[in-house]
Design a protein around this ligand. Structure first.
Ligand code: ATP
Ligand code: MG
Length: 414
């Protein structure tokens, strides 16, 4: 038998380069002839729906009477009116002004976390960010995952376009103390991004290294991101953080910077089993980390999102997903959001095109599968908006009573 040659490290290196080249050419093919992704535009009916206007007629009337607001562009020989995303959001913010972030409140930070890979964290982060921006909110998304999938969803090629100093690494190595200069505008109006790239992985060495060198001077590796966003909390309504599938130093930063945590969880046996480890590891680590320093931390909300849920079995039959869904509900009780994101080819097809359901053009709305997925995401976003408004009310009530860490003592030395 002929023995196959071994694969050397040089071979792995060559493979890495070929894979990167392939991704670059796929991206240019997907986005051609535009170099950048484009956000969808909206018909007058769609804008009226997003504004929760009482009727199409009342919205049309308001367009005619409000000279200070955008009137869109007439297309199809003047028979149809189309609004771009920025114009749409301007109208939504106008209609919903009384339920947007109240004066004196600041951004609510939400981390999307699950130590298990492939549980739809990144898709959840992106759809939540887009959905909230379509409800008028100004959103900052922070990619803390060196895989940089979220950055890729913005049509950016991380390892080609993003330098290490453009990522949270600048905070981790101490060259910056605020994320402000890392923030960039994106193709999506109202959505800003702090990007990632694989070089952010160095933070996993840098943070423990600094802890041992600077711990006695008050450095706390798990507060780097929390402190880094302080400077911009007043500029955004919501900050959404995507995290890597591991209990890493970066994940701990994401969890410590959050007011709320959302764990997307597909109803599959292994995903459920690993979700139970998440909570025990999370509580062990934070107890030893925070309580040893005389600190504590509380969250405004922690939710489980049933995601990538396969269709229910027919009458009398039941699937593994049905059983696991019951375990999830029995375990996480009121933390489980009362809705499910269906498993749908729409989400995965859109990912291969570097997008989500919210990137679809209006025509897609006629498609039944698309509508089911879109309705589920809309409901998810609406539920989280309620939690966000609740957290703002709490902020206003407790402002003056101390910051995130309440009245806990000043940092202790290790
Ligand atoms: N509702 C859905 N139905 C079907 N496929 C989905 C759905 N949501 C996401 N996916 C697909 O599942 C895969 C994993 O999703 P995603 O990358 O969001 O997970 P993740 O938890 O961020 O992964 P990682 O742990 O690697 O960061 C992707 O291919 C995505 O397109
Ligand atoms: Mg991800």
């Amino acid at each position: 038998m002929e023995i196959r040659p071994q694969i050397t490290l040089a071979g792995v290196h060559q493979q890495a380069e070929e894979a990167a080249d392939m991704l670059a050419s796929i991206r240019s093919a997907m986005l051609a002839p535009m170099v950048r992704k484009l956000a969808p535009s909206f018909s007058a009916d769609q804008v009226a729906t997003l504004c929760e206007a009482s009727s199409r007629g009342s919205f049309a009337h308001r367009i005619a009477s409000r000279k200070d607001m955008p009137s869109g562009t007439l297309v199809s020989n003047g028979r149809k009116r189309v609004f771009d995303l920025a114009e749409t959001r301007q109208w939504v913010r106008d209609y919903r002004k009384d339920i947007l972030r109240p004066e004196g409140a600041e951004a609510i930070t939400i981390s999307i976390a699950n130590f298990k890979g492939g549980t739809t964290k990144t898709t959840t982060a992106m759809t939540l960010a887009q959905g909230l921006s379509l409800m008028g909110h100004k959103v900052l998304v922070i990619d803390t995952d060196p895989q940089a999938s979220l950055t890729t969803l913005f049509g950016i090629l991380p390892d080609v376009e993003i330098k290490q100093s453009d990522t949270l690494m600048a905070l981790a190595d101490g060259s910056l103390t605020s994320v402000r200069s890392l923030i960039r505008n994106t193709y999506w109006d109202g959505l800003d991004l702090v990007p990632s790239a694989s070089s952010l992985f160095d933070a996993e060495f840098m943070l423990p290294n600094r802890q041992s060198r600077e711990g006695t001077k008050g450095f706390e590796f798990y507060r780097v991101l929390d402190l880094g966003i302080d400077d911009v909390r007043a500029d955004y309504d919501v900050i959404i953080i995507d995290s890597p599938p591991a209990l890493s130093y970066l994940t701990l930063n994401a969890l410590m910077a959050a007011n709320g945590i959302i764990m997307p969880l597909p109803p599959e046996t292994l995903d459920f089993a690993s979700s139970t480890q998440f909570w025990s590891l999370f509580s062990d680590v934070t107890e030893s980390m925070l309580e040893a320093r005389g600190r504590t931390k509380s969250y405004d909300f922690i939710n489980i999102l049933l995601s990538r849920v396969p269709p229910k079995a027919g009458r009398g039959a039941s699937t593994t997903a049905d059983a696991v869904r019951e375990w999830i509900t029995a375990t996480y009780k009121e933390k489980v959001l009362p809705l499910e994101i269906p498993r749908t080819s729409v989400a995965s097809q859109k990912s291969s095109g570097f997008g989500t359901v919210y990137d679809s053009e209006p025509g897609d709305a006629k498609d039944k599968t698309y509508k089911r997925a879109r309705d589920a995401y809309d409901l998810f976003v609406q539920h989280i908006e309620v939690s966000i408004r609740n957290a703002w009310s709490r902020q206003l009530q407790t402002s003056g009573e101390g910051g995130l860490y309440g009245t806990t003592p000043a940092p202790q030395e290790i």
